[in-house]
Design a protein around this ligand. Structure first.
Ligand code: TRP
Length: 361
């Protein structure tokens, strides 16, 4: 059997460059590598509702934003199936059966759930659906028999829990589900891209994002105001590279030809860093360079976005066709699951025969 990818995002906002280096870029590479038999990318609206039950409009409005972000980074509907989670009822059914294999204390120990509960100040008022979303995520992954799940580091505990559910299911009901492996971003910087203010992770709620859909002027504004080294005042002052957001972003975005194209007086990032550390490189210079490097990556994304923004009915068709195709796959897995659990009464001729024999005397 070939390798199959399943991954997804909650549609609670537009996607930003943290998503890009953390996962989207990798997905496109994987898509174009030809290494995978199938690729499913899910817009996880049902999961988004687990902590947005009172804001369905927010989720609804962001479905198309996320779909446009997907298409604009280069996910190609001819090679990748894009689907909407809530439109596949089989996922809910799988979640229900998997819930029988998971304990409350195991969910309480899930580090992602723990930290998200803290972030949202849920404490005693955690919605049950939110608390159990790792189970639903295991359903997402296993429904498509995914072998490979490219996600950010914060999702590692989700994958661990999904793998446990698979092992438990297979042990109890017989070999049925496929155990998925996580595919993490290539390096540390990409796993946890900080916000433009240098604080924690880039995140919508902190308002420190550069969005994939930001126009070029907006990106420059954000780069211009970026946090560098507060002690690097004069150009001649020695500067710090660690914790300097401009350098962190350069680590994530510089490509083999970036220096040749935009800053030929340096051979590579190490040379630029050395010079900055010694003193003699101004912040404006590194910001302009970063802006050029970002623009190089974001301009084609922006262009594709404009293309698709002018073709919303086509995007709608892509989502609908992708979801329909995906539902067939999920339905087939659900059939396997129900057979393994012996709750396939109407598809099992043995059941009739068994019952007949039992009552024959
Ligand atoms: N939890 C993921 C996030 O917050 C989204 C998601 C839902 C997902 N289902 C998934 C990711 C299945 C990978 C696999 O971004």
């Amino acid at each position: 059997m070939g390798k199959i990818i399943l991954t997804g995002d909650r549609p609670t906002g537009r996607l930003h460059i943290g998503h890009y280096v953390g996962s989207l870029r990798r997905r496109v590479e994987m898509q174009n590598s030809g290494e995978f038999e199938k690729i499913y990318i899910m817009i996880a609206d049902a999961q988004a509702l687990t902590d947005n039950a009172e804001h369905p409009e927010k989720v609804r409005q962001n479905i198309m934003e996320v779909a446009l972000d997907y298409l604009s980074v280069g996910l190609n509907p001819a090679k990748t199936t894009i689907l909407i989670q809530s439109q596949i009822p089989e996922l809910t059914e799988l979640t229900f059966y998997y819930s029988d294999l998971v304990t409350v204390s195991r969910l309480q120990r899930n580090p992602t759930v723990k930290s998200e509960i803290q972030m949202r100040n849920f404490e005693a008022s955690i919605p049950v659906g939110f608390f159990t979303y790792p189970i639903s995520q295991a359903a997402d992954i296993t429904a498509f028999k995914a072998t490979t799940v490219p996600v950010g580091e914060d999702q590692e505990p989700m994958l661990e829990q999904a793998r446990e559910i698979v092992r438990k299911f297979n042990a109890v009901y017989g070999e049925t589900l496929v155990e998925p492996a996580i595919a993490l971003p290539e390096n540390e910087t990409c796993r946890r891209l900080p916000g433009i203010d240098g604080k924690a992770k880039m995140s919508k709620s902190l308002g420190n994002c550069i969005y994939l859909s930001d126009p070029a002027e907006k990106v420059w504004e954000k780069v211009h105001d970026m946090y560098t080294d507060p002690d690097h005042i004069k150009v001649t002052d020695p500067g710090k590279v660690e914790g300097n957001v401009v350098f962190t972003y350069l680590d994530a975005f510089v490509k083999a030809d970036s220096f040749e194209k935009f800053l030929p007086e340096y051979a590579n990032l190490d040379e630029l860093k050395d010079h900055y550390r010694k003193g003699g490189v101004g912040d404006m210079k590194i910001k302009k360079f970063l802006n050029a490097v970002l623009d190089d990556e974001l301009a084609p994304i922006r262009e594709r976005r404009h293309y698709w923004e002018a073709r919303i009915p086509e995007v709608y068709d892509i989502l609908k066709a992708g979801t329909e195709e995906a539902e067939k796959v999920a339905a087939s897995t659900l059939t396997d699951v129900k057979r393994a659990m012996k709750i396939d009464y109407f598809n099992d001729p043995d059941w009739i025969a068994e019952q007949e024999a039992k009552f024959a005397k």
